[in-house]
Design a protein around this ligand. Structure first.
Ligand SMILES: [Mg+2]
Length: 292
């Protein structure tokens, strides 16, 4: 059965600057087995190239075609809604680049849209300017509505928290394309049933997957713990501790899709996880990077 994966990054592959143990092995196995995959990030700060560089520093080798950011999703959506429009952007490089690449001009007066993404330079002057523009008719767009993001020391405020301030001041609700979206599945050329989303957040990854009819796997290496599951009306098809479990299943799981990992599955006796040093790097030429 053909199967491919939409994989959240924050809390799944890494947490802040730290790689989650086994994530490098998981990605290497996906590539060795020629499985299509796309990394999704709700962080609009970085471009595809920036993300590739960040992953490479952590020992995870992928191409730009493997990365899909919420900045890209937002900019493509706006280009479909209004070709050649204008935007006032509260955000950084990844978002600005995506807007330009989709034919948008960045302006500071009378924009069609106010677009908010992640950044570290958010200030009240920007908020005040944005509020005035929204009250004059600019539409409010958020690259994502996550209230916070996990870091090695706890949480940092997310784009949703910034947007909430604009919503409160203007009485206007922001629109967000969201993650995952049907666009991401099409990037991989998969049908709904062939698509599995792997994520650490119930409200975005699992709920989005459930609503779109994808298979869903929750990892507990990020923002969700097992007890949180009982508070939700929906649930993932599978729950694993981390992608290290999925890497084990890829190594020993008889080519079955990852969402078929049995709840009580363990690495078969007598076989052991491959030590990193014993695995030769493999040149991938089989089209696993066929996202574009
Ligand atoms: Mg996450």
């Amino acid at each position: 059965m053909k199967h491919g994966y939409l994989i959240d990054m924050d809390g799944v592959l890494y947490r802040g600057p730290e790689l989650i143990p086994g994530a490098d092995r998981f990605v290497r196995l996906l590539r060795e087995q020629g499985l299509p995959f796309l990394f999704l990030t709700n962080n609009s700060q970085r471009t595809r190239r920036d993300v590739v560089a960040k992953l490479a520093r952590m020992g995870v080798e992928v191409e730009e075609a493997h990365i899909f950011t919420c900045a890209m999703a937002t900019a493509r959506f706006l280009a479909q809604q209004k070709k050649g429009g204008t935007a006032y952007v509260i955000g950084e490089g990844g978002l600005l680049t995506a807007m330009h690449q989709n034919g948008y001009a960045i302006v500071d007066q009378d924009p069609d849209y106010v677009v908010v993404g992640e950044g570290r330079t958010f200030n009240l002057e920007m908020v005040e300017a944005a509020v005035r523009m929204i009250l004059r008719g600019a539409k409010l767009i958020a690259t994502n509505l996550e209230p916070n993001c996990p870091t090695p020391t706890g949480l940092r405020p997310g784009c949703g928290a910034m947007v909430a301030m604009l919503e409160a001041a203007t009485g206007v609700r922001a629109f967000s394309v969201g993650k995952p979206s049907p666009v991401t599945r099409k990037e991989l050329n998969l049908t709904t049933d062939e698509t599995t989303i792997i994520g650490d957040t119930m409200e975005t990854d699992v709920l989005g997957g459930v609503q779109l009819g994808f298979h869903t796997i929750l990892v507990l290496s990020g923002g969700t713990c097992r007890e949180d599951l009982s508070h939700c009306a929906y649930g993932p098809e599978r729950v694993v501790e981390s992608v290290a479990d999925l890497a084990d299943f890829l190594e020993h799981g008889e080519d079955r899709p990852l969402w078929q990992i049995p709840e009580t599955w363990q690495v078969p006796r007598g076989s052991r996880r491959s030590p990193r040093s014993a695995v030769k790097p493999t040149e991938v030429t089989d089209g696993s990077a066929r996202a574009v």
